[in-house]
Design a binder for this molecule. Structure first.
Ligand SMILES: [Zn+2]
Length: 299
């Protein structure tokens, strides 16, 4: 994510540090500007080592105290929470049943039968019912989704690279979003993420913001995803703290501030991914993740 730079006369501010020209540059290292516009201590002219409370960065912007940080975090949470009336709809294309019909993978009788079963059951995806009546294989569904979304199929059953990169994201996000980082191309700072129900662009955007890398979506088969998630459950070292009941931005900001102090966080990043608001607290050691439920009803 690009940092925000503001120019003002002959100096600029980046991450709360003043950048001064020429001989004044060394002075600039001693000066930080709190990004809370109402803050009475907007200009802190103490060197880092003299300050007791070194402040904290939120979304790359520096705040002088946990009070200023909490106010800014409230604004971020307000912005990220979905409008309750709008709900959340994943951007859908033509339904997968119709898509398979149009490709000639299934016929209209098979589709009608699967739709009737789905209606009777009340829940479940059409692909499952098509498999139940043996109209398609799991591979047909995976291939269909990949063609529908214009993405490649990633062979998760053969490639075990996910074991090296899945921990980049909290496991709860992977389980609820039904997705998985499958391959991390370090040299290009690219992360391939596999989905089983279509591509969730909010999740991709959140990952790009949080990890500052590019994401590439792909499709994986459901059974391979479930088996991969299962193996990850045994290896997860530091599970995220999950708040599964919806709460207010004020409460989220207070809780985030309290955890940030507890773990001595230096940087905090917040993004929305699917039904969660994901907070990553960067520390000098391992990062700490917190997830807040962002929806009243899970869709
Ligand atoms: Zn401040």
């Amino acid at each position: 994510m690009a940092e925000r730079y503001t120019n003002s006369q002959n100096y600029s501010i980046a991450r709360g540090r003043l950048r001064l020209p020429g001989r004044l540059a060394s002075l600039g290292k001693l000066v930080r500007v709190c990004q809370n516009r109402a803050c009475l201590q907007r200009r802190v002219v103490l060197p880092d080592w003299l300050r007791k409370d070194d402040g904290i960065c939120l979304q790359g912007q520096w705040y002088c105290s946990s009070g200023c940080f909490e106010l800014a975090a409230q604004a971020v949470f307000h912005r990220l929470l979905p409008n309750p009336e709008s709900g959340r709809k994943r951007a859908h294309r033509i339904p997968i049943g119709l898509f398979l019909l149009s490709r000639g993978t299934i016929n209209s009788e098979q589709l009608k039968l699967a739709l009737d079963m789905q209606k009777e059951k009340g829940v479940g995806r059409i692909g499952k019912f098509l498999q139940q009546i043996r109209a398609v294989s799991e591979q047909d569904i995976t291939d269909g989704l990949a063609a529908q979304w214009g993405c490649p199929v990633y062979p998760l059953g053969h490639a075990r690279d996910f074991l090296k990169c899945a921990s980049l994201l909290p496991l709860t996000l992977l389980e609820t979003g039904r997705m998985l980082p499958v391959h991390h191309l370090r040299s290009a700072q690219m992360l391939y993420i596999g989905f089983v129900e279509g591509i969730d662009h909010s999740a991709l955007y959140a990952v790009e913001q949080m990890l500052r890398l590019r994401t590439v979506p792909c499709v994986v088969s459901e059974s391979e995803l479930l088996s991969a998630l299962d193996s990850l459950r045994h290896t997860e070292s530091e599970p995220a703290t999950v708040f599964d009941s919806p709460t207010s931005p004020v409460e989220m900001a207070r809780t985030t501030r309290s955890y940030a102090r507890q773990v001595d966080a230096t940087d905090v990043w917040i993004a929305r991914s699917g039904r969660f608001i994901w907070i990553r607290l960067q520390t000098l050691m391992e990062p700490k993740d917190i997830l807040f439920q962002a929806l009243r009803q899970v869709s």
